[in-house]
Ligand binder design. Sequence first.
Ligand code: ADP
Ligand code: MG
Length: 281
Amino acid sequence: MKLELTDVTHGFDGRPVLEAASLSVGHGEVVAIIGPSGAGKSTFLRLGSLFEPPDGGTVTFDGVDPWAQSDRGRLETRRRIGVVFQQASLFGTTVERNVDAGLRMRRDRRRRLADFVRRTGSQTPLVRRFVDTTGTDDRIERALSIVGLTDRRSSPVDSLSGGEAQRVAFARAIAYDPDLLVLDEPTSDLDPRNTAILEHAVDRASESGCSVLLATHDMHQARRVADRIGVLIDGQLIEVGPTARIFDAPADPRTARFVDGDLLYDVGDDDLAPVDTPSES
Ligand code: ADP
Ligand code: MG
């Protein structure tokens, strides 16, 4: 799988939020977008996960422009992408049924295809691949084991901690072997242990050939998980490069400030309340 965003621009209500950003994510590659809050990371990821078309520029998934596809074709493409947001949004049922949610859609499609095969005797390799359903049960078990939650399989999700809920959301996203995972600050509300479990799960996914596009404001996380990093500041992807190079030899002084921990919050003087200096007298 290869995702390519080329010169994408995007705005809201006529206000530009992304300016001509270009980035690709190759097969099994982990690419992190780092930058301060409000830089445009989530907007960039929404374009990369095909939630909305860019105002300008192009997005291609394996060379195909999804926005030139039919709605149905685009839906098929989107099903190859697993998405996890900062806040897990789960259905009020069990862990298992949540992980199964993504699988169920695909199973219905396979069932229809299996009916078609029975009626017509069609046996092309593509049809065989679809009809051959690797047990859903095994997939759920495997996805839960990657996030360390097999023992919570039948638990209601409202009995989980925030970190566990986020791990369920991750399991749901990987259960059907997506070609691309898009993760928008997936650990920013989590403690170090849950964060470590999810970072390990990202490694596992990429080792099995899944590509990962991750947004984070935590440069330490980017350093731990990413092969390449794109630095997004104020709507501009100011540089993209291998992780070690971004940290050890940043080309742009703003990158150097960001990775040194000088968060470049975009706060104007007008937004700051005046500070009362205690008078000495
Ligand atoms: P980040 O994820 O880096 O914090 P976002 O992509 O969420 O940045 O936001 C970038 C800018 O776009 C911000 O100024 C934000 O207020 C604005 N923005 C994001 N989404 C919308 C929207 N749906 N409508 C209007 N403005 C938005
Ligand atoms: Mg965001």
